[in-house]
Write a protein that binds this ligand. Structure first.
Ligand code: NAD
Length: 483
C-alpha cells in the first residue's frame, strides 16, 4: 500500500523541514512503513511562530469581524465533512483502530465541534459593570474579550484529528492564530487539514502545522517567547514537563492528561446495559483513550455474573484489519506500546490477579493484543492504579456505596467516571462525591462540543470543548471611563 508523506504547513504554504530530515512510521496493523514524517527542528518552529505572530499582530486576521471568522470555520466544517471518508481511512491505517469508530465518532464530532465554535465567533461579548464611581464622579466600566494571541496546540496520537479540532475550533473562534504540533505517531490526518484550510480561505499564517518529535519540536514551541497560550493533550509525565517549562512565563496553559476511570456498577444496575457500556468504555480505540473505563468496581452481589459476561464480551471481540467491516478491535499504536501493555498484563498476574480473558498472544507483525479482563483485583495493585492505555480491564468488588466511592477516588487521576444503577438518587449522590471532571450515569463518557471536558489532580487542568474552553483562548480587559 502507499506510504504517505507529511509536510509542514507554514505561512499558508506546504514546506519541507529546513534540515530536510525525516523518519519513518510503521502501520500498526501490518508493521510495514506507512509514512515518512518531517523530523523538524527549532528552526521550523521559529518560522511557524513568526508566521502566526505576523498573522495575529498585523495580518487581516486581527481585524476580521467575528462573523467572517465564523464563515471560515463553517466552510472548514463542510470540507471536513466532504472529506470524512478519506480521512477516516487514513486514521484507521495510521492509528490502527477500526474504520467505523472514526466514521461514527471522530469525524462527526470534529465537524460538529467546528460548527459549534463557529457559532461563538461573533458572540464574544464583554460586560458593563456598575461601580460607586471615581472620586465622586460617575464612571462607565466595561470589559472586552480579546484573543490571547498565538496558541500552541500539542496533540496526542490516540484521536489525533478530533482532539486537534477540539483545540483549533475555539482558538480560531476566539481570534487566536495557532501552531499545531501533531504527534509523531499519528500526523497524517492533521497534515491533511492543510489543503482544506487553504480551500476554506484562512489567511496565511493563521494556522501552521509543524511535524516532528516532542522533545525537539514540542519543547521548542512550548518555550518560544512568541507563544502566548499552550493547549496540550497527552501523558501526565509530559504535561508536568510542560508545566515546569512554562513556570514563570505566565503563558496560559491547558493540560488534558491521563486517566484511570472507574466504572461503578451498583447491585440494581441493568446488567446487560452495564456490560455493554463497560465493554465499550474498555475496548473502544483498543483501550487507548484517556477515559478508558478500566477500573470496573462492581457490587459483590453481582460481581460474579458481571465478570462472566464481560469476559464473554472480551472473547467476542473480533481483532483484525482496521479497514475490514467485521473488525471490532484493531492494533495498538506501535510495538513499544504493545510491549508495555503486555508487560502490565504480566504485572497483574505477578500481583496475584487472575486473568479470565485475553491469554492468547497474537502472532504476526501487527501490534495486536487481545482484550484482557482480570478478577481477584485489589484497588492498591499497580494494574488498578496506573494508566495502561490498552484493552485491559479489572473487576474490583465492593460491598457498599461508600466503599465504591472511596476506591474510585483513591487514585492519582481524576478525569471521568461512570455510575451504572437504576436508583437515580444514588447515582446523583455518587456523582457529587466522585472527585473527577466528568461523571456519566448509565452511559460511557458522552463527548459533545457543548460539554466541558477536563480533569483534576494528575489528569490535568483546564478544559477542552464548550464555552469554558473558548474562554481559555480569551482574556478580559476592563475599561473605566470617568464621566
Ligand atoms: P505524549 O505525552 O507522549 O505526547 C503528546 C504530545 O506531546 C505529542 O505530540 C508529543 O510529540 C508531544 N511532546 C512530547 N514531549 C514533549 C515536550 N517535552 N514538550 C512538548 N511536547 C512534547 O502522549 P501520547 O502518548 O501521544 O498520548 C497518550 C496520552 O494522552 C495518555 O496519557 C492519554 O490519557 C492522554 N490523553 C488525554 C486526553 C484528555 O482529554 N485528558 C485525551 C487523549 C489522550
Amino acid at each position: 500500500m502507499t506510504a504517505y508523506q507529511t509536510l509542514n504547513f507554514i505561512d499558508g504554504k506546504l514546506r519541507h523541514p529546513r534540515e530536510e530530515a525525516y523518519f519513518e512510521k510503521a502501520e500498526p496493523a501490518t508493521g510495514e512503513t506507512i509514512s515518512r514524517v518531517c523530523d523538524s527542528t527549532a528552526h521550523d518552529v521559529e518560522d511557524a511562530v513568526a508566521a502566526a505572530r505576523a498573522a495575529f499582530d498585523t495580518g487581516p486576521w486581527s481585524s476580521m469581524p467575528g462573523a467572517e471568522r465564523a464563515g471560515l470555520l463553517m466552510h472548514l466544517a463542510d470540507l471536513l465533512q466532504a472529506n470524512a471518508e478519506a480521512l477516516a481511512v487514513t486514521q484507521a491505517r495510521e492509528q490502527g483502530r477500526p474504520l467505523a469508530e472514526s466514521t461514527m465518532m471522530d469525524l462527526p464530532l470534529a465537524v460538529d465541534t467546528l460548527r459549534y465554535f463557529a457559532g461563538w465567533a461573533d458572540k464574544l461579548e464583554g460586560r458593563c459593570i456598575p461601580t460607586a464611581g471615581y472620586m465622586g464622579k460617575p464612571t462607565l466600566n466595561y470589559t472586552t474579550m480579546e484573543p490571547v494571541g498565538v496558541a500552541a496546540l500539542i496533540i496526542p496520537w490516540n484521536a489525533p484529528l478530533m482532539i486537534c479540532i477540539w483545540k483549533l475550533a475555539p482558538a480560531l473562534a476566539a481570534g487566536c492564530t495557532v501552531v499545531i504540533k501533531p504527534s509523531e505517531e499519528a500526523p497524517l490526518t492533521i497534515s491533511a487539514l492543510a489543503p482544506l484550510l487553504i480551500e476554506a480561505g484562512f489567511p496565511p499564517g493563521v494556522v501552521n502545522i509543524v511535524n516532528g518529535r516532542g522533545p525537539s519540536v514540542g519543547r521548542a514551541l512550548v518555550n518560544h517567547d512568541g507563544v502566548d497560550k499552550i493547549s496540550f493533550t497527552g501523558s501526565t509525565g509530559v504535561g508536568k514537563t510542560i508545566a515546569a517549562d512554562v513556570a514563570g512565563s505566565f503563558k496560559k496553559l491547558t493540560l488534558e492528561l491521563g486517566g484511570k476511570a472507574p466504572q461503578i456498577v451498583l447491585a440494581d444496575a441493568d446488567i446487560e446495559a452495564a456490560v455493554a457500556g463497560v465493554a465499550m468504555g474498555l475496548f473502544v480505540n483498543q483501550g487507548q483513550t484517556c477515559a478508558s473505563g478500566s477500573r470496573v468496581l462492581v457490587h459483590r452481589a453481582v460481581a460474579g455474573q458481571f465478570a462472566e459476561r464481560l469476559a464473554a464480551a472480551a472473547k467476542a471481540v473480533s481483532l483484525g484489519d482496521p479497514l475490514s467491516p467485521s473488525t471490532t478491535m484493531g492494533a495498538l499504536i506501535n510495538q513499544a506500546h504493545k510491549d508495555r501493555v503486555l508487560r502490565y498484563i504480566g504485572i497483574g498476574k505477578e500481583e496475584g490477579a487472575r486473568l479470565i480473558a485475553g491469554e492468547e498472544p497474537v502472532p504476526g507483525k501487527g501490534h495486536f493484543v487481545r482484550p484482557a479482563i482480570f478478577v481477584d483485583v485489589r484497588n492498591d495493585m499497580r494494574i488498578a492504579q496506573e494508566e495502561i492505555f490498552g484493552p485491559v480491564g479489572m473487576i474490583i468488588p465492593f460491598d457498599s456505596a461508600e466503599e465504591a466511592v472511596a476506591m474510585a477516588n483513591d487514585v492519582e487521576f481524576a478525569l471521568s467516571a461512570t455510575v451504572w444503577t437504576r436508583d437515580l438518587s444514588a447515582a446523583h449522590r455518587m456523582a457529587s462525591q466522585l472527585k473527577v471532571g466528568a461523571v456519566a450515569i448509565n452511559g460511557w463518557s458522552p463527548l459533545d462540543a457543548r460539554l466541558p471536558w477536563g480533569g483534576f489532580k494528575n489528569s490535568g487542568s483546564g478544559h477542552d470543548l464548550s464555552q469554558t474552553s473558548l474562554l481559555s483562548y480569551l482574556r478580559e480587559k476592563v475599561v473605566t471611563a470617568v464621566l
